[in-house]
Each structure stands twice: as C-alpha cells, then as structure tokens.
Design a protein around this ligand. Structure first.
Ligand code: PEP
Length: 254
C-alpha cells in the first residue's frame, strides 16, 4: 500500500519569521500523524528558518523551484545542489504557476527534475490541464504530453523516487476543486501511463497527489479514491487547523 503524502505549497507567502512560526505550530499540532508523510514548501528565503523549526521532526521541507544546472551565471535562480545542502529533501517541478507566469516549458520541467534527482532531491512533478483544454476534450492528451516530457529518459528507480501531482489549472486557488470522480479518472490514467511507460511495479509504487482547492471539507472524499495517494495543498496549507485536518483525512483509511 502506498504511504499517503500531504504537501503544503506555501507559494510566495510567509517570510522567514512567519514561516518558521507556522512550521513550529505544525510541528506541535502534527506530532501524531500516523503513517502519513508530510512535506512543506516555503519560499526559498524562508527555507533555513523552517528547517530549523522542524529539526528532528519527520516533516520534510522542499524547495519550490530549482534551476536545471547546479551553479553558474543565473541571477535569481535556486540550485538543487544548494537546496539539498541546506537540508531540503523535496522539490516542486512543473507547477502551473511556473508554467503560466514564468514561461516554463515541458523541456524545462524535465531538465529541472533531472537536476533535482541528481542532487538527491525528490521531485513532485505537477501536471494538469486548463479549463479550455478540459472543455475541448484534451485532458488525456495534455497530461500524456506533460508526462512524456517531464519523465523522459528517467529510469524506473529515479521515477520511484518522485511523486506526481495532478493539478487541474482551473482548480488551483479558485475554490473549485475537481470532483472525486473527475480526479480519480485522471489519476487512473496517470497510473496507466506509468504502467505502460515503466512497469506494473513502478505504477503501483509511485504516489499520485491531487492538487487544486483541497480543504478540510473536501479532503476525505478526494483521498478516499483508490488512485489518489495524497494532496498538494496551497491556500489551506497556510492555516494550521485546515492543514492538520487534511492530514487527519489522509490518516483515515481509503
Ligand atoms: C497549489 O498551489 O498547488 C494548489 C493546489 O493551490 P490551492 O490548494 O490553493 O488550490
């Protein structure tokens, strides 16, 4: 059985002091979280404070964005190697906000995933369609294209170190989540893709998270679906109570 994974994407919120404070509250509130794995993704400037606040706890910390190369003349970028050195275990890749606002391409996502894996980070690779693509009946072709490119050239072992996140663009930050049926349909498609691209073992092992307006009220139903192994949570991850309730929903059985 795949271990549930709940990730909090804090986006461009919470400077060093408030991020460390939230991490401290989470640490206290989530002292007991069953077999659910948890990771938070603060903004890069807040990573050191969050790592310090979580030192000795089993809540992981990730970086939201890395460059495709470990170092060099890339003003403003983050390095996967440096993030790992700082203590990060995880990274995000392919988030729709990066694709939309920073012109991230499928090839760029692939190169960043490779850089992260080489540095010893575990990528959470995001895929998802826009509303227009859903309305045009292109959900599967969009997801397939994004997966084909993002995981191009990876070995089964590298893929098994990752998690995937299905994040329909129309559900992110909108308060409109995919229904459990809509999400499960895409998650099953992603698992089938893993099966045919790699093997039944890889498909059985890789966790596929749902992201898009997950909150304390809808988490149980979404996490009750057979192919939804966790959640990537934006807005609700900034509230201790809401995030803790989502973790509790993940603790409950399928
Ligand atoms: C996200 O940032 O990945 C996300 C899903 O945001 P929200 O939960 O706010 O929709």
């Amino acid at each position: 059985m795949r271990r549930r994974l709940i990730c909090g994407n804090w986006k461009l919120n919470l400077g060093p002091a408030s991020a460390a404070a939230l991490a401290g509250f989470l640490r206290e509130r989530l002292a007991e979280h069953g077999d659910v794995e948890i990771a938070v993704f603060p903004t890069a400037l807040s990573v050191p404070g969050v790592l310090a606040a979580l030192a000795g706890s089993d809540i992981g910390v990730g970086i939201q964005e890395v460059a495709a190369v470990p170092s060099g003349a890339l003003t403003g970028a983050n390095s996967a190697v440096m993030a790992r050195e700082a203590g990060c275990r995880w990274m995000l890749a392919g988030h729709s906000e990066r694709r939309q606002f920073f012109a991230e391409t499928d090839e760029g996502v692939r190169d960043k995933i490779r850089a992260g894996l080489a540095a010893g980070l575990r990528p959470v690779a995001c895929v998802g369609e826009t509303l227009a693509q859903r309305q045009a009946g292109e959900v599967q072709s969009v997801i397939r294209r994004q997966l084909d490119k993002a995981l191009e050239g990876l070995s089964p072992a590298q893929t098994s170190d990752m998690a995937l996140a299905y994040e329909p663009v129309w559900a992110i930050g909108t308060g409109v989540n995919a229904t459990p049926e809509q999400a499960q349909e895409v998650h099953a498609f992603v698992r089938d893709w893993l099966r045919s691209r790699f093997s039944p073992e890889v498909a059985q092992g890789v966790r596929i998270l749902y992201g898009g307006s997950v909150n304390a009220g809808n988490a149980s139903k979404l996490l009750g679906c057979p192919d939804i192994d966790g959640a990537l949570v934006g807005g609700a991850s900034l509230q201790v109570g809401a995030f803790a309730d989502i973790v509790s929903a993940a603790c409950a059985g399928r």
